[in-house]
Design a protein around this ligand. Structure first.
Ligand SMILES: Cc1cc2nc3c(=O)[nH]c(=O)nc-3n(C[C@H](O)[C@H](O)[C@H](O)COP(=O)(O)OP(=O)(O)OC[C@H]3O[C@@H](n4cnc5c(N)ncnc54)[C@H](O)[C@@H]3O)c2cc1C
Length: 451
């Protein structure tokens, strides 16, 4: 560190991106400090299920799963379609297996390969997650690594703006005080908690409830726009089609993927659930205020492998009946219509043909007694648009030149989930770009500073 700066790398935001960057930069030999505006670190990363793809990881090899970065690129682009950050998709795919091996083998994160099911948008099991399936455990591990290294982390310290000199970033103003830094990483996530930015960039999901952390108020995009940085994929976001209501916890998508359906209050289906938990969210929003997930005991038993689902069941969020009509005693749905709906769906599943909505994946369906029902609402989880970055997480201008000394990662950067809408999001896209770009930014900052 030179005497002209307070720290080599200033990390703004203490979620997965910022914490991974801090550890990587420290271990590469530079000084680093993390500032977090809220009283608690963790951001959206704490609320997530902590699932991160690692294509071709040693854990997959040991489980006999054949995978590769090329296969992940193919899967991600098939879901996302062409977008502003195509090149980043390849970089993220290549980084994914080294990332999970770094987290688990080198740092000691308590994560494992999830083999029980393939996540939305992935053709093989490749997501690695905390054993509890809670992002809080991943954040706690990262906070432990930060604290073991003596990296300063100041909570309750909002960054007001970047310090700029001659077009280069020189630090930031934190709670009114300038802090000089050789490099700055924007790890502040996206703008889903900022209603006016959501209305500007993602108007279709603006009426939905936001289920993420309060800190995602869009400073990175706003500061970037003000200094002439390029923004990309601003209309893309992760939605969730089935947040249990009124409990507010996620109804595991396993319940739908393994053969469950979503119906309206009139007991009718309204779309093809194969679109996935994110892609199906706008459809759920379009059909009415709430919807109902219907599945059976066998599917419940599989979902019961997830702590959050068990808690939902314990809170009384899952109701049971021996017939579809019987489910109407628990919820305000039309029981007779629901019985017809389940019959028609079971018929399609039995025949192995796509149903009236084009659904092809039936897994354990036909559904059989006893039947379960959960009341759900769609929600907005996070936005996927942000600052365009290069392969080293450096922030770019529209002409492709680099904004000197400025990095961005995670929700602050343009993501890999398509140009707009909820359909381009594949499971793990949020944490992959958070952790991988954070790590890359930390390493690149160290590299540049050591000449
Ligand atoms: C319920 C839910 C489940 C999810 N599940 C998954 C999943 O399993 N896998 C996956 O890949 N993604 C998942 N996601 C998305 C994922 O959580 C995010 O994409 C990811 O956590 C983003 O990480 P981040 O580090 O960029 O942001 P965050 O973790 O949100 O961290 C950003 C931090 O920056 C702070 N900050 C913001 N502005 C300032 C400022 N001006 N000054 C100082 N600090 C600031 C914030 O307070 C916050 O603590 C899920 C999201 C939700 C809501």
């Amino acid at each position: 560190m030179t005497s002209e700066v307070d720290t080599d790398l200033l990390v703004i935001g203490a979620g997965a991106c910022g914490l991974a960057a801090a550890v990587a930069a420290h271990d590469a030999g530079i000084s680093v400090a993390v500032v977090e505006k809220l009283a608690r670190p963790g951001g959206n990363s704490s609320l997530s299920t902590g699932s991160v793809p690692g294509a071709g990881s040693r854990f997959q090899r040991e489980a006999g799963i054949e995978d590769s970065p090329e296969r992940l690129v193919t899967d991600l682009l098939a879901t996302a379609g062409p977008h502003d950050a195509d090149a980043l998709t390849r970089r993220m795919a290549e980084e994914s297996a080294p990332l999970v091996e770094w987290l688990i083998d080198e740092l000691g994160a308590r994560m494992e390969l999830v083999t029980a099911y393939k996540h939305v948008g992935h053709s093989v099991p490749r997501l690695h997650a905390p054993r509890s399936r809670r992002g809080q455990d991943l954040v706690d591990d990262l906070l432990g690594f930060v604290s073991d290294r003596g990296i300063p982390l100041a909570v309750g310290n909002p960054v007001d703006r970047l310090l700029m000199e001659d077009g280069a970033v020189r630090g930031a103003v934190i709670a009114g005080e300038p802090v000089r830094a050789a490099k700055v990483l924007l790890a502040t996530n996206g703008f889903a908690a900022n209603r006016s930015m959501v209305a500007r960039w993602c108007p279709e999901i603006a009426p939905a409830e936001y289920f993420g952390a309060l800190g995602s108020t869009g400073e990175a995009a706003a500061w970037g726009e003000a200094i002439g940085a390029a923004l990309g994929n601003m209309g893309a976001y992760q939605g969730y089609a089935a947040v249990a209501y009124p409990q507010g916890s996620l109804l595991s998508w396993t319940t739908i993927e393994k053969g469950g359906i979503l119906v309206s209050a009139s007991g009718r289906r309204f779309g093809n659930e194969d679109a996935g938990y994110s892609g199906f969210a706008p459809t759920v929003m379009g059909q009415g205020e709430t919807a109902y997930a219907v599945y059976d005991r066998r599917i419940h038993d599989i979902a019961a492998g997830e702590e959050e689902y068990v808690e939902l069941a314990e809170m009384g969020g899952v109701r049971w009946a021996d017939t579809p009509q019987g489910l109407a005693d628990h919820m305000a749905v039309d029981g007779a219509a629901l019985a017809e709906t389940v019959d028609a769906y079971n018929g399609a599943a039995r025949g192995g043909r796509s149903d009236a909505f084009g659904r092809r994946r039936f897994e354990l369906a036909p559904l059989q007694a006893p039947f379960a029902i959960v009341r759900v609402k769609p929600g907005l989880f996070h936005t996927q648009g942000g600052l365009m970055v290069d392969d080293h997480a450096r922030v770019l201008r529209p002409d492709g030149s680099v904004v000197a000394n400025l990095f961005a990662g995670g929700g602050a950067a343009a993501g890999i989930s398509g140009l707009s809408g909820a359909g381009g999001y594949a499971s793990g896209n949020g944490l992959l770009t958070a952790l991988a770009l954070g790590r890359i930014a930390g390493l690149c900052a160290a590299d540049e500073l050591s000449g």
